[in-house]
Design a protein around this ligand. Structure first.
Ligand SMILES: CC(C)(COP(=O)(O)OP(=O)(O)OC[C@H]1O[C@@H](n2cnc3c(N)ncnc32)[C@H](O)[C@@H]1OP(=O)(O)O)[C@@H](O)C(=O)NCCC(=O)NCCS
Length: 173
């Protein structure tokens, strides 16, 4: 049951489970992510652990009976002039758990977290990815453009819809 799902920020001890789910995501839905399987498979576990401890960046995980069944990531832009913006990345829910609002709850948690650190959240979603588009639009993301041929997987090109969500100023200003 979706109500039994626990959502929390992953920590370094979740690195193995995260890596496994991430590689599953890149295998079953390569057109939905900017990273390739080979790129992420080559990331040492230590690097993965370090990334999971880099606040305010965060990866939220959904757990069912202690098994990781979904994830959604948040990253702040590095450069000084862009640090007021963050990116939603790596949203994935295991096939058996889809359609139970796990994705929506994960993205909402990213939005809540992002609101404390940035004033705008960006996302990019495959133009043909109706499920993810509906999830993001339903949570208030607005489209501001389409990047043609944003990704190339094998011989196929994929267009992406570019989205933003204005957030209240951190601290309520
Ligand atoms: C996209 C994804 C994360 C959605 O997760 P989910 O847990 O099934 O989504 P939810 O159950 O929270 O659905 C959220 C909303 O989107 C709608 N939705 C989700 N998938 C849908 C689909 N395939 N077709 C139509 N509507 C869909 C739901 O009906 C729901 O709408 P509601 O709030 O009006 O009830 C999941 O399908 C997935 O992991 N896909 C593969 C990876 C991927 O595409 N990731 C996104 C990268 S940008």
């Amino acid at each position: 049951m979706a109500s039994d799902i626990l959502i929390r920020i992953l920590d370094p001890s979740d690195a193995e489970a995260f890596r496994s789910l991430r590689l599953e995501a890149l295998t079953v839905a390569p057109e939905a992510f900017g990273a390739s399987y080979e790129e992420d498979a080559s990331i040492p576990l230590e690097t993965m652990r370090a990334r999971l401890s880099a606040s305010p960046n965060a990866v939220f995980g959904a757990f069912a009976d202690r098994a990781l069944v979904g994830v959604a990531g948040f990253a702040v832009y590095d450069r000084v002039k862009a640090r007021h913006k963050g990116v939603l990345w790596g949203v994935y829910v295991k096939a058996d758990w889809r359609g139970h609002h796990v994705g929506k709850r994960l993205v909402q948690r990213v939005i809540d977290h992002a609101s404390r650190h940035v004033i705008m959240l960006e996302a990019a979603v495959g133009l043909a990815n109706d499920g993810a588009r509906r999830t993001y639009h339903g949570l208030g993301f607005k489209p501001y453009g389409v990047q043609r041929k944003a990704l190339k997987v094998g011989d196929m090109f994929y267009d992406e819809e570019l989205l933003y969500l204005d957030l209240p100023q951190p601290g309520g200003a």
